[in-house]
Each structure stands twice: as C-alpha cells, then as structure tokens.
Design a protein around this ligand. Sequence first.
Ligand code: NAD
Length: 496
Amino acid sequence: MTRISHWIDGKPSLGVAERTGDVYDPATGEVTGIVDYASAADVDEAVAAAKRAFPAWRKASLAARTSVLFKFRDLLAAHRDDVAAIITAEHGKVLDDAAGEVQRALESVEFACGLPTAVRGGFSMNASTAVDVHSVREPLGVVGVISPFNFPAMVPLWFLPNAIATGNTVVLKPSEKDPSASIYLAELWARAGLPDGVLNVVHGDKVAVDALLEHPDVKAISFVGSTPVARYIYETGTSHGKRVQALGGAKNHMVVLPDADLDVAADAAVSAGFGSAGERCMAISVVVAVDPIGDELIAKITERMAKLKIGDGRRGCDMGPLVTAAHRDKVASYVESGVAEGAELVVDGRGGPVDGAAGGFWLNPTLFDKVGPQMKIYTDEVFGPVLSVVRAGSYDDAIKLVNDNPYGNGTAVFTRDGGAARRYTDDVEVGMVGVNVPIPVPVGYYSFGGWKDSLFGDAHAYGPEGVQFFTRAKVVTSRWPDPATSSVNLGFPRNE
Ligand code: NAD
C-alpha cells in the first residue's frame, strides 16, 4: 500500500495526517494507496513555503525561469510513459489515452517556454514632451490550483507552467481520487531545477480547498471541476478578494446535419462519447441528429460500439473502467432513469463483456435514442459512457437546443457544407466549437474555456489568457528633467 503525502518546500511532507482517503485501481477495485488529507494547518504550511519562495523567484530572470521550463519540458517528454502509467493505475483510462493527456500537457509547458515574448510590455517614447511610458506585467504572489480527477496530469499543467514562468509560487490541490501524478510532476519540477517552495502540493478535500479559498496570502485561484463546486469556488474566492477562474462541467452537443458524411460522424460520436469512459469535460454526451438521418446514424454508431473492447487500461483495450464504484453506480442509475423516463435504450452497457478483474468499476458503452430535453439523462452532466441521441426536425431546432442548454463548454457540427458550418460557428453560444472535429480542445497557444455555466470568471485557461490571469499590469511614466527647468505647478498633468 503506497502512502501519498503532501509536497511542501521541495520535499515530501511526512507528518501524521488526521484524515486520509483510499485510492483505488479502478480496473481491479483494489485499494492501492492511502492519501493524506490536508488540514488547514497543512495548507498554512504550504502557503507559507510558497510565500517565502516568492521574492527570490519573482526576481529570477526570465532566462533563469524559462531555463527551468525547458528542462521540465524535456523531463516530462522523456517520462511520458511513466506519467501515463500512474494515470492509468489510479484513473483507469487506457494507457494510450493517458499518454495523449501528457502530450496535450506538453503543449502548455511549451507555450510557457516562450514566456519572455508573452510578457513583453509596451514602450512609448515621448508620450508627453520628454516623458516616456512603459508597461510591465508582474506576478501576483502565491496562487492556488485546484484540479479534478479526470485529467490528473494535464489539468494541473494547464496552470503550473504559466503561473510558475510568470514568477508566481503555487499551491496545487489535486483530486484526492488520483493524487499520485501530481507528486510525480512535483518531483520532475524539482529535478528541472525549480527552487524549493515554488511548487507545493497538498492533498485532500473541501477542508483543504476552503483553507486555500480563505487564506489571505493566496492571491488567485484556478479551479477545474463540476459546475456546483466551480460556482462555490468563484463566489467564495472572490468574496475573499481573490482573482478566480473556475471552469465547470459540460454537456457537449454534436450536431449532425443531413448532408454530413455519416461514417465520419459515427466514428467521431463513438470516439468522443466513449473515450476515457466519457469522463472528459469535452466528451460528446449528446448527438443531435437533424432529420432525416437519425436511423442511419444510429445504425452506424451501434455497429461501431459492438467492436469496442472494454477492459483494463494496461491490456490494449479501447475503454477502461470508471474512476470509482460510487461514480459507476451513479452513472448506471442514469441508465435506469433514462429507461424510466421513456428514452429508447439502444445499447445497454450494464453487465457487458469486460477484459478485466471482476471487482473493477465497469460500465460498458450505452446508447439512448429519442432522448427528450426534459429527461435527467439530458439535463444532467452524466460524466460516463452514456451517449444520448436527440432527434431535431431542422437546423433551427438543433441550434435552439444547444443554445438553451445552461452549459457552454464544447460543441461540434458535422456537415460537408461550409456555409452551414460557418453559420453554426457564428450562431452557437459555446466557448469551443469544432467543425467536423468532435473534441475541439484548443492548442496550447490559444486558451481553453467554456461559456455560461461551464466557466465562472472572465479568464480562460492556459495560453495567452493564462498569462493575463497570473499577472497584473503596471504602467510606469518617467521623465528625467533638467532641475533648472523644474517648477511648482498644481494643475493636473497634461500631455503636451
Ligand atoms: P469535483 O467538482 O467533484 O472536484 C474538483 C475538485 O474540487 C477536486 O479537487 C475536489 O477535491 C474538490 N471538491 C469537490 N467537492 C468540493 C466541495 N464541495 N468544496 C470544495 N472543493 C471540492 O469534480 P471531479 O469529479 O473531480 O471532476 C469532474 C468534473 O470536472 C466534471 O464536472 C467535468 O466536466 C469537470 N471538468 C471540467 C473541465 C473544464 O475545463 N471545464 C475540465 C475537466 C473536468
């Protein structure tokens, strides 16, 4: 049994934890680790270490900071298989998918390697006679990052590279369900030369989160998780005077227009619906089939689902287990509710064949047709391998459905008509849109974020908006007057 403890001031923190939690291998159902839950005092210790590290790190040259980033990038790339194995062991996603997560994380690190360009300020000579103005962006201080279970390496790395490269120091609170990846990453950062205290990791639950939200020395919070918690984080953090970006849940619609290539659309729906067992904030959970292609599309999706191999992520399967037994049971209860509310259960994933231990947290891919917008499987974020098909009579019905949804994280349109695609991308009220791309996660030099209930705050994650979030602007006006020309003048300074 592994003990997973905090990482404070450049080393594991081995004190006695008052509370702990079990960490499972979802493919076997066995407890493989015990994770310490931080108390408010543990969070204080981590914040104090980050605060001590801030003055020197803030003053470290851009060259010194980015040199750590480059080394971390190389270490992460060299150890991507190790990180993927750790993710699979605690999250359950298949190894290839976990390696894909690390690959996308590398993009954020690579963006931050170019930080000197991103934080370059402006300079205006002679803004007024013999007066020059320049702007700089400075770090905030100690920042908190709180991440969800579904991307235990990538989501922390949406924030750490920019936060660290811009001169902040960080306390990361990863998900207690799969905490080991964060510690492995902290070790890699240390090996890359990051000074002690610049990155600290505390494990735990609401106690640790609340301690970060209320801590006067924490200046900003980046959060990713479910919508109710994101709303709470935003409201509590901002009421304590912090800058907050809180990314929430999703219900991503894939609209298939009648002219779409239905084989391409079916491949995409199955890949984006069941990849990572549907536990992705950019998973497709609703396919909107615009008449008259519904029956044909469902036949093609069903055909593909029958070929998926479900099982232990280390055995070359397509889809692994869900993260915990409780989450699997919750998702399975949505299957029951869909049946009870009158949706047509086309493929029932309960009790399907599995290449894995009997105790694993299994639920095989499930498909519903004729789902109505009032049904719980439609209104709730199910976050599992349950794909709903909603039939729409027209383009207008489809776009209304998507725009009436309270979430606005991702969406995709499938069509061969450029004009229709252009119209959809313009009409849709969603932050990230794909045209024949089912999971339109922006590349690392754009920024990631949804609209409406999928994001609280005004800054998206990583890329240029991440740099803005982790820095504040300072504008300096200077002149070097000849003392002989100096005089008293009580008028408001004018630019002449
Ligand atoms: P979650 O909201 O349960 O937990 C997220 C984090 O908040 C964890 O670190 C957890 O310990 C903490 N937490 C949980 N309950 C809390 C509470 N009551 N008070 C304070 N802190 C609390 O989310 P999860 O189940 O770990 O992750 C899945 C969710 O995350 C899904 O809703 C998914 O859509 C969302 N997500 C969103 C994005 C995005 O970019 N928008 C990305 C990934 C995941």
